[in-house]
Design a binder for this molecule. Structure first.
Ligand code: ADP
Length: 361
């Protein structure tokens, strides 16, 4: 199937500053795709180029098989939802949603049908005649979404639309946004710097760093198999164990981490003796116990800090050589860890290995 969006060798510079650096990205129709990365990495610029609000310095943008690189925003079949909703304050909910349809010259009957259908989709049928000021933050957000979806864009662009909401509402809206995307089957291109938001909603996450794609994939792959230190740090919490290869054969590498020998699956890297690697060890992959565990990797440690987080407790554990490991313990297991002295264990296959590109021996 032909992708609905294609960024081909897209560059965007502001003077000498390169905001987007050779972006190549294809987006399949009907997917929820998120551009994720720290502030200033080029997410919004990429989105705005697809919306037509910015022109690439070089490269080509294809939308539904047509070159739209120099087509003005109102002539491309995309729509954008901003963080501040930008609803028309003096228009009713129904009028707000109808706005884009009137611009397109649809007849009244068709507009009425479409508006009713969209209000029903977000259960706002009873609010059609209210003004935006008479709605809650979540309801306003839904209306803004429906207004943008009304003219049936090929892609809906969402630039940090949830960042003004409080934490609870934000989580609810994440679930709802994903549900709306699935029900409508539309392609959503979402921009956020919030990794949790990206993991919750996306079919595909595109991690950006300094104007480039660092890695893209489904949430599970990015979390479980980060391809770089940047991605491992940016998505979820992690322990990064910088280790030196002792030996490596097939699926098993013996590594020296801070004077401790650990094993890991090198994942096809075929590392040489003396080479440096990072082992990505997620806090939840570490098993904490009072007794020595029967696991491929096990080390003794001392609990230096306990942080209660409600549904789990985070333990900072000091191991030989003074290194700290961040672990995560479920409430039912905390009681047996009353002593400062504990064992940590993990299965080698729960870790991922990343080459240390800057420090080869
Ligand atoms: P993000 O959305 O990832 O936070 P942006 O795409 O907004 O990042 O910006 C990428 C880079 O381009 C930043 O360094 C930003 O300062 C710069 N930039 C964005 N828009 C402009 C502009 N209109 N003029 C000059 N620099 C800009």
């Amino acid at each position: 199937m032909e992708p609905v969006v294609q960024f081909e060798n897209i560059n965007k510079s502001y003077g000498k500053h390169v905001a987007v650096d050779n972006l190549n990205l294809s987006i399949e129709a009907g997917k929820f795709v998120t551009l994720l990365g720290p502030s200033g990495c080029g997410k919004s610029t990429s989105l705005r180029m697809l919306g037509g609000f910015e022109t690439p310095t070089s490269g080509r943008i294809m939308l539904s098989g047509k070159d739209v690189t120099r087509v003005p925003p109102n002539k491309r079949n995309v729509n954008i939802v901003f963080q501040d909703y930008a609803l028309f304050p003096h228009m009713s909910v129904a009028k707000n949603i109808a706005f884009g349809l009137e611009l397109k010259g649809f007849d009244n009957q068709r507009i009425h049908r479409r508006v009713s259908e969209l209000l029903e989709l977000v259960q706002l049928q009873d609010y059609a005649n209210r003004l935006p000021a008479e709605l809650s933050g979540g309801q306003r957000q839904r209306v803004a979404l429906m207004r943008a979806l009304a003219p049936d864009p090929d892609v809906l662009l969402l630039d940090e639309p949830l960042s003004a909401l409080d934490a609870k509402l934000r989580q609810q809206m994440q679930i709802e946004l994903k549900a709306i995307q699935e029900k409508t089957g539309k392609t959503f291109m979402f921009v956020t710097h919030d990794q949790e938001e990206a993991l919750t909603m996306s079919d595909t996450i595109v991690v950006m760093n300094k104007g480039r794609i660092e890695q893209m994939g489904d949430p599970n792959t990015l979390y479980g198999r980060p391809g770089s230190v940047f991605v491992a740090n940016f998505i979820g919490e992690t322990n990064l164990l910088r280790s030196t290869v002792i030996s490596s054969k097939g699926d098993v590498a013996a590594l020296n981490w801070n004077g401790i020998t650990i094993t890991a699956n090198p994942g096809g890297l075929d590392p040489r003796h003396g080479e440096h690697l990072y082992v990505v060890l997620r806090p939840e992959a570490i098993h904490c116990s009072a007794a020595e565990p029967v696991l491929g990797n096990r080390i003794k440690g001392k609990i230096r800090q306990r942080v209660f987080k409600g549904n789990h407790t985070s333990l900072m554990v000091e191991v030989a050589g003074g290194a700290m490991l961040n672990t995560l313990v479920h409430p039912s297991d905390v009681a047996q860890l009353s002593s400062e002295d504990i064992w940590l264990g993990w299965k080698p296959e729960t870790t991922t290995v990343i080459p240390d590109r800057h420090a080869q021996n």
